[in-house]
Design a protein. Structure first.
Length: 1073
């Protein structure tokens, strides 16, 4: 046997530790590796593969590695392949017979999806099902809720969006736990009976079970909607990622041959981050590979994704799930990796102290993390300040100092601020900006906190929601309108006044007003959005306007009129609407002019990309559903944003959940105060909440708190059971908080800062959290580092504690600088020579020449039919582009269209295959570990096409290119397809974009069809009047046939007119003979 140490020496790698050697050389049997944070598990797994190959235990293609993210899968795959190549070059392993044989390294979802796609028909599913994005799933579920006629939904007392969220989460929870919907509904029906129990005490005035009964009693209609959601996905040929795993499990449980094939194909399986697997993933893997050489690697202290289906109990159950037949779970060996190659000694000391209670209570042995031999102590700093503003200033100063120092490699250091919640970041981003420290907030939540994006979303909400009063007040008091508090108060009085008036402004009868007051929430006030509309149109001298200042009224009216104009445009495509709002609010100009906000322009562009991504799931998406999805997406993304690589020299701000799997040189963890980190449960209700799956249906129910509701004889008994249940939930939450802190602290390679403060937004001071106290107790921070009490008895940050001039100056500290620049410009001599004079004169001369000589541009001899409309509608613009050709960006939608057209052509080819085109084959330099960007979009278009009428028709011609002479030019017509239908030819043009937005747009687009019809008629020698033509917009599954098409005479006339530079001219309809 070739030892692991000999292999390392031969390959020039560090010798493995004794713990690593045991893992690498472990027998071919199930085994569990408990690997602490930063303990080199990826390197150890790669070395395990190399050892197996060097000793001839398996072939390269017989190895399967699974992990959670594409990034992790890519890193593991690259490392394994590199080691294999080194092994072969060193002569320790023979090259495989198949030179292209490689291990299979995938994400868990990709692996399950492969099983589903290969064998979907075995369970009656469609293999080519399209994967729903989060936005598409939200849209589909919301549509089902809106269209539902179930009267039970009205009794829930919830809005459309909370019900939509509940339907999606319940659907996924039932799928991930393989729960029977009928059983869930039956439990809810039985639970509702608690409401009929006697109170059990004469002192109880309010039914203790009422709230719980209302929450759980909502399950039957929600379950029905969740079932309909699944049925609708099946009908449309759609799946979610969670569905793929559940369907893969169904295939494996029903078709033993699939299991046998996978066991034969993969003789060794490596499972990374096993603590984050869900119940259904664990069940799938155990069904496939139970009893075979499976090595799972994980850390129970890093199990922080329970909120999205992960089960911390999976590691403890590994032995029982994967033990060979006849063996006990306890016989499965457990290995340890406990040397941290990342963290210095002081940081590890803090991490170990925090998880001490978890280590003691763990059902599997977890070794204490130890630093590498040359680690040193590192630096652990603590700052506990009086106020959150002081705390933020300390954090900013610490980062400024640390980032001035370069790393050991001479490069800028990487840095992160890890927060329990992004809701607490505002003081810290302000302090970092004031200190000039570069920073970036990661994820959608960070994007939505950018000032320009906040204003943009506020306007969108005001346009859609009459109740968006807070958003409107932000806009009114912001830099654009600068409405003072007196006028804001006057607007609020107008809103109250309108509540007592009918649409004609007549005062309502007293009994009507009383009825209205009884029908709303007691503290509900009138809509200031409606009040602003009224103010904008009210005649001068109206008595309701008496409370406004003259200047304030003028600004309010200007704002109201602008919002009315924008509201008239909400029917636009969402991307167009967002662009119009940016322009009307002058946001695009503001972000370009504000040198202190380098992220402004990028933020607006990123937001527009989010809108475009939303529309991929529903090209006809409207503003209301988009805003609802945005709120839901922000909630999810704030927990775990998409991971991004560290940026040296920049502080990345993200949640602790989002930081897992990443590391930085310096890390700060703020708000380690009582009630925040560690945090407490706001509501100790567990599954007794709206839309939650009862714990007994979860696969890990044995490890979850139990609510003894069935034994309650009175509602008092139930209240006592809920109290005991809540205590168990709090214990579980306390363990979760420790794991969160452990993950946060172990992200640093060098320096760590832990901070807190007594005063933030609360009325009572909050002292240092338990974790800081524990770290202090073991001597890792100075005894006087944590103050016992605040210096101030009242919160100095409370409203009223200081006087502030309002509205604030729009330019802030930049005002003097900007005004000086403006005065310099205003006082400058316009005729004075500057360094820019020559450039400006050249540009002006070029503009004049363009206007004067546009007609002198030589038109190209060959014109693509798709560009014909540009020559007709914007000849001056085309002339300018011909005069100075510029490279064009390869737009993503264009590339998608090219892929789809290629697929259709191949589909109609001799083989008739529907799998010829794969988006991954287009970019040769694309990372092979990354899925192609457009694959899901392409799959969606393919699925729509297969369900359309065109899928069953056979074309006469496909992708035929005809060069047609027209008015002395050659027009290149690439016709997608020609069909013979009812004795008439029909030219069809596939479109992957959106349908025309109006008649003028359709008129321009039909020029292409007119050219195709004429070209095909000349080619075949047929009268054009015997040929029909239409568009098929695939994304919307809609055929569109213009009522008329241009004749040859019309086309010649249009082309002749395009030779002049009159850009205002466009097509004006057919000639009348």
């Amino acid at each position: 046997m070739i030892s692991a140490r000999r292999i390392a020496e031969t390959l020039g790698l560090p010798n493995p530790t004794e713990q690593q050697r045991r893992v690498i050389e472990s027998p071919l049997e199930p085994g569990l590796v408990v690997a602490g944070a930063g303990s080199g598990k990826t390197e150890t797994m790669a070395s395990r593969v190399v050892w197996l190959l060097a000793n001839g235990h398996v072939g390269v293609e017989e190895i399967l590695g699974l992990t959670f993210t594409r990034k992790a899968a890519g890193e593991l795959g690259v490392r394994i392949r590199a080691r294999i190549e080194q092994l072969q070059q060193a002569g320790l392993a023979a090259a495989p017979a198949d030179a292209f044989a490689t291990p299979t390294v995938q994400t868990y979802n990709a692996f399950a999806n492969g099983i589903f796609r290969d064998s979907a028909t075995l369970i009656g599913r469609e293999a080519e099902s399209v994967v729903l994005t989060e936005a598409s799933a939200w849209q589909l579920a919301r549509r089902l809720v809106v269209e539902s006629t179930d009267p039970r939904l009205l009794e829930l007392g919830r809005g459309v969006d909370p019900i939509t969220q509940a339907v999606i989460s319940l659907s996924r929870a039932m799928g991930e736990n393989v729960a029977d919907p009928a059983e869930v509904a039956r439990l809810a029906d039985a639970f509702v009976g608690l409401g009929e129990l006697p109170f059990g005490s004469a002192r109880i005035r309010k039914a203790p079970a009422a709230e719980a009964v209302a929450a759980v009693g909502a399950l039957p209609p929600l379950v029905d909607l969740a079932v309909r959601f699944q049925e609708e996905k099946t009908r449309r040929g759609l799946v979610e990622y969670s569905d793929q795993v559940a369907f893969a499990l169904a295939i494996c449980e029903r078709v033993p041959q699939v299991v046998a094939e996978h066991r034969k194909r993969f003789r060794v399986v490596l499972l990374d981050e096993y603590q984050d697997t869900s119940v259904v993933q664990t069940r799938l893997l155990a069904t496939l590979f139970g009893g075979t050489p499976v090595m799972a690697v994980g850390d129970p202290h890093q199990s922080i994704y329970g909120w999205r289906g992960a089960s911390a109990a999976n590691l403890a159950r590994f032995g029982a799930d994967f033990a060979p037949e006849g063996a006990a779970g306890a016989d499965v060996p457990v290995y340890a990796l406990s040397t941290s190659w990342r963290n210095p000694g002081a940081v590890l000391g803090a991490a170990n102290r925090i998880v001490e209670p978890l280590t003691a209570a763990s059902r599997i042995p977890v070794a204490r993390l130890e630093p590498r031999p040359d680690a040193g102590d590192g630096r652990l700093d603590v700052a506990y300040e009086e106020t959150v503003a002081d705390e933020a200033a300390s954090v900013a100063a610490w980062f400024a100092d640390r980032l001035r120092q370069q790393g050991s490699d001479g490069r800028p250091r990487s840095a992160a601020l890890l927060c329990r919640s992004l809701k607490t970041i505002e003081p810290f981003t302000t302090a970092l900006a004031d200190r000039g420290v570069p920073f970036r907030v990661l994820g959608l939540g960070g994007l939505l906190d950018q000032p320009a994006v906040v204003d943009l979303v506020c306007v969108l909400r005001v346009l859609h929601e009459p109740t968006a009063g807070s958003e409107l007040v932000r806009l009114l008091t912001g830099a654009r309108w600068r409405i003072g508090t007196k006028d804001v108060h006057a607007l609020s009085r107008v809103a109250s006044w309108l509540m007592s008036r009918d649409p004609a402004q007549r005062e309502l009868a007293a009994e009507v007003r009383a009825g209205l007051r009884a029908s709303v929430v007691p503290d509900e006030v009138g809509s200031v959005v409606d009040a602003l509309d009224f103010v904008a149109g009210a005649p001068d001298g109206h008595r309701a306007l008496a409370g406004f200042s003259e200047e304030g009224l003028a600004r309010l009216r200007a704002c109201g009129r602008q919002l009315q104009v924008l509201r008239s445009r909400v029917g636009l495509d969402l991307v167009d609407l967002v662009t119009v709002v940016q322009q009307e609010l002058l946001l695009d100009i503001e972000v370009a002019a504000n040198e202190t906000d380098p992220l402004g322009r990028a933020s607006l562009e990123a937001f527009t990309e989010q809108v475009a991504g939303y529309l991929q799931g529903d090209s006809a998406g409207t503003l209301g559903p988009f805003l609802a999805w945005l709120a839901e997406a922000e909630r999810r993304d704030n927990l775990a944003p998409r991971t991004e690589e560290p940026e040296p020299g920049t502080v990345q701000i993200l949640t602790i959940h989002g930081s897992k799997g990443l590391e930085w040189d310096v890390v700060a963890v703020p708000r380690m105060v009582e009630g925040e980190l560690p945090g407490t449960l706001r509501e100790k209700r567990g599954w007794v909440a709206f839309g939650a799956l009862p714990f007994e249906f979860r696969g890990d129910s044995a490890e979850l708190p139990s609510l003894a509701w069935r034994g309650a004889l009175t509602q008092k008994d139930f209240a006592e059971a809920m109290e005991a249940f809540g205590e168990e939930l709090e214990e579980r939450n306390a363990a979760e908080q420790r794991r969160l802190a452990y993950v946060a602290i172990t992200r640093t390679r060098s320096d760590l800062l832990l901070t807190g403060s007594f005063w933030s937004t609360q009325q009572k001071p909050r002292g240092p959290g338990a974790f800081l106290r524990e770290i202090q107790e073991v001597g890792l921070i100075a005894p006087d580092a944590l103050p016992e009490s605040p210096q101030l008895e009242e919160n100095p940050l409370e409203p009223g504690s200081a006087r502030v001039a309002w509205p604030l100056p729009p330019l802030g500290p930049r005002e003097a600088r900007v005004r000086a620049a403006a005065e310099a410009v205003a006082s400058a001599d316009p005729h004075a020579e500057t360094v820019w004079t020559r450039d400006i004169n050249l540009l002006l001369a070029e503009r004049d020449a363009r206007a004067r000589d546009a007609e002198l541009v030589d038109l190209p001899t060959r014109i693509p039919a798709s560009r014909f409309k540009d020559f007709v509608s914007d000849p001056a613009g085309v002339a300018a582009r011909l005069r100075r050709p510029m490279p064009e960006r390869p737009y993503r939608q264009t590339r998608l269209g090219t892929l789809f057209h290629g697929w259709v052509e191949a589909r109609y080819g001799p083989a008739g295959t529907a799998d010829v085109i794969d988006a991954s084959g287009v970019e040769l330099d694309q990372d092979p570990t990354e899925p192609p960007v457009e694959q899901e979009d392409l799959d969606r278009l393919r699925a729509t096409f297969e369900a359309s009428e065109w899928a069953s028709r056979r074309p006469e011609e496909v992708e035929v290119e005809i060069h047609m002479e027209l008015a002395g030019q050659v027009v290149i017509c690439k016709i997608d397809a020609v069909f013979l239908i009812d004795g008439r030819y029909r030219v069809v043009d596939w479109k992957t974009g959106r349908t025309p937005k109006d008649a003028a747009d359709l008129e321009l687009k039909q020029l292409q069809l007119a050219l195709y019809r004429l070209a095909f008629a000349k080619w075949r020698g047929i009268d054009p009047d015997l040929i029909d033509a239409e568009f098929y917009f695939v994304a919307e599954d809609r055929s569109l046939r213009p009522e008329w098409l241009y004749s040859e005479e019309d086309l010649v006339a249009l082309w002749s007119g395009a030779r002049t530079p009159d850009a205002s001219r466009g097509p004006s309809g057919p000639t009348v003979g």
